[in-house]
Design a protein around this ligand. Structure first.
Ligand code: COA
Ligand code: AMP
Length: 630
């Protein structure tokens, strides 16, 4: 069956579609039905089932006789090491870690924060939580202690599992002091912390609170898999929203298993024994779904890569990994390819490697610009598939489903809606617009299995953020259009979220940080176009009257403050002091106009502007930063 028949089949009978997909999962108690709409517009899936995620990702493959198949390939150019772990070893390691956690009191429903770099132990920690029915929340290593503290207070973990350090090409990231200061800042205190000591930096342990990864597991009884109900939260992953408070996206257990398993064949055309590589980080949703869970649920081999697209040691690293490990499906962010293309514009390096196992390259996380897609198509000689998704959904909303049918690629479009998603483009009044017309992208409820049922401890915020603007729909926060062939085009965000190097960040959160500087009276942060990172944050600061400080000093302090409060991942390096911000007569800052001036795109003087002269000052300020050249 082709894509159209499958999509139409889903639409005609979603219940039958998902019950069929559920056959790919090994249940402790099989579901009697798929959708539970008892609390509409809040929906759950497979609620009466019982299942364990770790069993599906690990144990069942060993029981099926595939224990010696490689589950994880660890390839770390930053530490010059490589390691393979087969499914049987993974089972032993995860059962032991889970047993140790259980001995210290972790049980079903408890939260566990994981703060680790790209090492196999990060996946083992996630799987050990899943084995016990504990709810993990992985925090990306590029966040500052303050961000970690916010997450500790929001999900109140019984334990935190961390590594002593992470390794960036230019420095060692001292995870342990960051963890210690986050715990100091947080109101909630975990019962204990498990620390993986890395040889690059051995951390000092806090007596009575910290235990070392290996010592902690010594002599414990391995834990078996604990079945949980289908709607049990598998994990919480925090993502940027409009304000400084991150949203805790909840992932439900059974829907997650069913949907991810379905995508592995339908979208990525991979199954047992195939090598799958998502060059992301376990701290992001791509890492959760496609470094850890989906490849393992499908019995594939996943690559855990600790390095960068360039500089570790060169722009050929990705091709070396693909060749050396026989990668079939490769997933990365457009920004990573842009970084490579900048160093290897003629695509010479891929020619040095045997890429014959590679079937396709998948891009997501930000808009895939045509130049980058064409460069990759030309030099890698495989289909380059843009697909669109969000932390909230956990897998692709729109894609080119290569495992079903390779649809014609239209560069600039992540292709078509996947079964489960009725994607529509709406006008401000919530009415569908004709093909080709720009509008807000919304998804008709219910969302499919595996997508967020709510935000952790914040059901009202969930309803307000996603369900209230367009009743009957989930509001994606993206704007775009659908063409006559049903292809989607994602053009921009409708909120304060920006995308920097494939990392989702909130300008609202950054403004809160800047506003906390004693000399800043008013500020705004916008995302301007960046040739490498897609977007880059730029801050505008108005100082308090009487703040007799050099503008350059305040800017430098604000840059440092952002690094301290949000972390290096914010990549906030450019800010400028101005007298006033451009506003409408009702006081709304004209952020959109600032972005257009910075990007050199066509803009019109807003009819509602309070004082047009201010835009001259903004233009001059942007020029001083190297923007607004046109
Ligand atoms: N832990 C600690 N710090 C981290 C980090 C981590 N896991 N990841 C990034 N950082 C730091 C970097 O060291 C850098 O710090 P610096 O300001 O001291 O140099 C800062 O955060 C910004 O990092 P990054 O956005 O990675 O920029 P870069 O200039 O170092 O590298 C690219 C540019 C394009 C190579 C890089 O951004 C990249 O590989 N992007 C792809 C991202 C990706 O795959 N995202 C997947 C989402 S699906
Ligand atoms: P995240 O939650 O970090 O995955 O970021 C989700 C956001 O990234 C989406 O809402 C989009 O704005 C953007 N995004 C992700 N994938 C794509 C894509 N293929 N094309 C355009 N934008 C994308």
């Amino acid at each position: 069956m082709g894509y159209r028949a499958i999509y139409d089949g889903w639409k005609a009978d979603p219940e039958a579609f998902w019950m069929q997909a559920a056959h790919g999962i090994s249940w402790a108690k099989a579901p009697s039905r798929a959708l539970n709409d008892a609390r509409a517009p809040l929906y759950e899936w497979f609620t009466d089932a019982e299942v364990n995620t770790c069993y599906n990702a690990v144990d069942r493959h060993v029981e099926a006789g595939h224990g010696d198949r490689i589950a994880i390939i660890y390839d770390s150019p930053v530490t010059h090491s490589k390691r393979e772990i087969n499914y049987a070893e993974l089972q032993t390691r995860v059962a032991s870690l889970a047993g140790a956690l259980r001995t210290k009191g972790v049980q079903k429903g408890d939260r566990v924060i994981i703060y680790m770099p790209m090492v196999p132990e990060a996946l083992e920690a996630m799987l050990a939580c899943a084995r016990l029915g504990a709810i993990h929340s992985v925090v990306f290593g590029g966040f500052a202690a303050a961000e970690l503290a916010v997450r500790i207070d929001d999900c109140t973990p019984r334990a935190i599992i961390a590594a002593s350090c992470g390794i960036e090409p230019n420095r060692v990231v001292h995870y342990k002091p960051l963890l210690d200061s986050a715990i100091d800042m947080a109101t909630h205190k975990p019962d204990f912390c498990v620390i993986l000591q890395r040889e690059q930096e051995v951390a000092a342990l806090v007596e009575g609170r910290d235990v070392a990864w290996h010592t902690f597991q010594y002599g414990v009884t391995p834990a078996e898999c604990v079945p949980v109900s289908g709607d049990h939260p598998a994990y919480i992953l925090y993502t940027s929203g409009t304000t400084g408070a991150p949203k805790g996206v909840v992932r439900p257990t059974a829907g997650h298993l069913v949907a991810l398993n379905w995508t592995m064949r339908a979208i990525y055309d991979c199954g047992g024994g195939d090598v799958f590589w998502a060059a992301s980080d376990v701290g992001w949703v791509v890492g959760h779904s496609y470094i850890c869970y989906a490849p393992l649920i499908a019995g594939s081999t996943t690559v855990v890569f600790e390095g960068k697209p360039v500089g570790t040691p060169d722009a050929g690293t990705f091709w070396r990994v693909i060749a050396e490990h026989g990668v079939r499906a490769f997933f990365t962010a457009p920004t990573a390819l842009r970084a490579i293309k900048r160093e290897d514009p003629d695509g010479k390096l891929p020619q040095n490697y045997d890429l014959s196992h590679l079937n396709a390259v998948y891009l997501a996380g930000e808009r895939a610009d045509p130049d980058t897609v064409i460069w990759a198509q030309t030099h890698l000689k495989v289909p380059v598939i843009d697909h669109w998704w969000q932390t909230e959904t956990g897998y692709a909303i729109a894609a080119n489903p290569l495992g079903i049918e390779a649809l014609p690629v239209k560069i600039g479009s992540p292709t078509v809606a996947m079964p489960g998603y009725d994607v529509q483009v709406l006008d401000e009044g919530g009415h569908p617009v004709p093909a080709g017309q720009l509008g807000a992208i919304a998804i008709k409820l219910p969302l499919p299995p595996g997508t967020l049922p709510t935000l952790w401890g914040a059901e009202d915020r969930f309803k307000k953020s996603y369900l209230s603007h367009f009743p009957g729909y989930y509001e994606t926060g993206d704007a775009g259009y659908i063409d006559d062939d049903g292809y989607l085009y994602i053009m921009a965000r409708t909120d304060d979220v920006i995308n920097v190097a494939g990392h989702r960040l909130s300008t609202g959160a950054m403004e809160e940080v800047l506003a906390g500087h004693k000399d800043v009276a008013e500020c705004c942060v916008v995302g301007v176009a960046d040739a490498l990172k897609g977007q880059s944050p730029v801050g505008f600061l108005c100082l308090n009257i009487g703040a007799a400080r050099a503008a350059a000093d305040v800017v430098a302090e604000c840059v440092a403050l952002m690094r301290e409060k949000i972390g290096p991942v914010a990549d906030f390096k450019r800010a400028v002091v101005v007298d006033r911000l451009p506003k409408t007569r009702s006081g709304k800052i004209l952020r959109g106009t600032i972005v257009k001036i910075a990007d050199g795109t066509e803009w019109k003087m807003p009819a509602t502007i309070d004082d047009p002269v201010i835009l001259d000052e903004i233009t001059a300020a942007l020029k001083s930063l190297g923007y607004a050249k046109l």
